[in-house]
Design a protein around this ligand. Structure first.
Ligand code: ATP
Ligand code: MG
Length: 384
C-alpha cells in the first residue's frame, strides 16, 4: 500500500474512498496482468460469446500470433479442432470448468502444438456466465523429459543384456573358428585341386579366421565391460606383465618397424591386482600407440613403457611419438564406439574399457598429448 493510500486520522470523504479503491483495484489489476503476461503458459480469456478479450505473451510465443492479431476473434479459431473446443466451452459453462490433456492448437505456421488445457467459467457479480479463462501448458518439455527417461531406461536394459548377447555370440563364433581351422587343414592336404582354386580357398578361409578373431575380441571386451564381478587380488609383477604384453604384440611392432623401449624402475614392481584386467589395459594402450605411430608414418617410431612408484601408488606410462590426439577427439575418445580407425580396424571400445577397469581397480587414468608429437597415457594403481 502506497503512503498516500493510507487513510489519515481525518475520516475520508466518499469520493476519496472511491478514488482510493479505484487505485487499489487498478494496482491489483496491473499486478495480475504482469503475472499473466510473464507466464510461460498460454493464458487467454473470452467473453460470454467465446470472443477473445485477452491473450498473453506466453500465447504469442507458443502459437505465433500477436495479441492484436487474435483479440476480437473467437477462441475456437485457434484450436485445431474448433468443434471440440466449443464442446469444452459448453462443458465449462455447465460444470464450472473443463480440462483436456494434450489438446491440439494450430500454430500460425500451420503445425500443431499440444497443450494440457484447463478452461474455467467466469461469472459476473450476479452469478451469470460472463466468459471463460483458459490456461494452456505446452506438453512438449514434459514429453521430452518422459522420452528421455524411457531412452535412459532402454540404454540400461541394453547394457544389462549386452553380456548375455556377447555370450550367445561367442559360442557360435567359437564353432565357426574351429571349423575354419579344420577347413584350412583339409584344403592344404586336398589332392587333385588346381593351384588357383587352392589359393583362393586358402585366402577365403584365412579371411574367415581373421574375422572370427575380431568377433571374439569384441565380445571379450564387451563381456569385460559388462562384468560386475569384483576384480581378483593376486600377486603379480607389472614389469613381467608388460614384457609379456609386448612380446605378444611383437609381430605387429616388428611389422611396422616400431621400437618398444622399456624404461622400468629397478627391480620388480609387485602389485595385488587382477592380472587379466591389467593385461587388457596394456594391450589396448600399446595397440593404440602402435596405430598412432604408424598413422604418422615417419621413421623412428617408438613406444616407451615407463614405470615408477610413489609410496603405495604405482605409475605406468605408455608413450608414443605418433599423431597425438586433437582437442575435438579428446572430448569423445572415452565414448563407447568412438573410433577414428577405418571400418573393420577399430571398434572404439579400448579406452572406455580401460577407464572402466582402472576405476574398478581403484586407480586413476589420465593422458598428455600434443598433436604431431605424440601421446602418453598414465595409469596410477594402488599397490594392493
Ligand atoms: N595413443 C594414441 N594416439 C593417438 N590417438 C589415440 C591414441 N589412443 C587412442 N586414440 C584415439 O582414440 C580413439 C579411441 O580409442 P579406443 O582405444 O577407445 O578405440 P579404437 O582403438 O579406435 O578401437 P578398439 O580399441 O576398440 O580397437 C582412437 O580411434 C584414436 O582416434
Ligand atoms: Mg584401441
Amino acid at each position: 500500500m502506497e503512503s498516500n493510500d493510507v487513510p489519515n486520522s481525518r475520516s475520508e470523504t466518499t469520493s476519496e474512498v472511491i478514488a482510493r479503491l479505484e487505485r487499489e483495484c487498478s494496482r491489483a489489476r496491473r499486478h495480475l496482468a504482469t503475472v499473466l503476461e510473464n507466464s510461460s503458459d498460454m493464458v487467454f480469456a473470452t467473453d460470454a460469446d467465446g470472443i477473445l478479450v485477452s491473450f498473453n505473451r506466453g500465447g504469442e510465443r507458443a502459437i505465433g500470433y500477436s495479441s492484436e492479431q487474435v483479440m476480437g476473434r473467437p477462441a475456437r479459431d485457434l484450436a485445431a479442432d474448433p468443434s471440440e473446443f466449443e464442446r469444452l466451452e459448453a462443458l465449462s459453462r455447465t460444470e464450472g470448468r473443463a480440462t483436456h490433456q494434450e489438446y491440439p492448437f494450430r500454430h500460425k505456421d500451420g503445425h500443431i502444438v499440444r497443450f494440457d488445457l484447463s478452461l474455467i467459467a467466469i461469472t459476473d457479480s450476479d452469478g451469470r456466465f460472463a466468459g471463460t479463462s483458459s490456461v494452456c501448458r505446452d506438453t512438449a518439455p514434459m514429453k521430452k523429459f518422459h522420452d528421455d527417461l524411457i531412452r535412459v531406461d532402454r540404454l540400461a536394459e541394453i547394457g544389462r543384456t549386452a553380456s548375455g548377447i556377447a555370450h550367445e555370440i561367442n559360442n557360435p563364433v567359437a564353432v565357426i573358428g574351429e571349423i575354419s581351422g579344420w577347413i584350412e587343414a583339409v584344403v592344404g592336404d586336398a589332392k587333385g585341386m588346381a593351384r588357383e582354386d587352392r589359393e583362393e580357398l586358402e585366402t577365403a578361409v584365412q579371411h574367415i579366421v581373421k574375422q572370427v578373431k575380431r568377433c571374439r575380441g569384441i565380445t571379450r571386451q564387451l563381456l569385460a565391460y559388462a562384468r560386475d564381478s569384483e576384480p581378483a587380488q593376486t600377486s603379480l609383477d607389472v614389469h613381467e606383465l608388460l614384457r609379456e604384453t609386448v612380446s605378444f604384440l611383437n609381430p605387429e611392432l616388428r611389422h611396422k618397424d616400431i621400437e618398444a623401449v622399456f624404461d622400468f624402475m629397478e627391480g620388480s614392481l609387485l602389485l595385488q591386482s587382477d592380472k587379466q584386467m591389467l593385461e587388457q589395459i596394456f594391450v589396448n594402450l600399446i595397440s593404440n600407440a602402435i596405430h598412432a605411430v604408424k598413422e604418422k608414418g615417419e621413421a623412428g617410431g617408438r613406444v616407451v613403457l615407463k614405470t615408477s612408484r610413489d609410496g603405495s601408488t604405482v605409475q605406468i606410462r605408455v608413450s608414443d611419438n605418433g599423431t597425438g590426439i586433437s582437442e575435438e577427439n579428446q572430448k569423445r575418445m572415452y565414448d563407447l564406439f568412438f573410433t577414428t580407425k577405418p571400418a573393420g580396424k577399430g571398434t572404439g571400445l579400448g579406452l572406455p574399457i580401460c577407464r572402466d577397469i582402472i576405476g574398478k581397480l581403484g586407480g586413476e587414468f589420465s593422458f598428455e598429448t600434443q598433436v604431431g608429437e605424440g601421446t602418453t597415457f598414465i595409469v596410477r594403481l594402488p599397490t594392493g
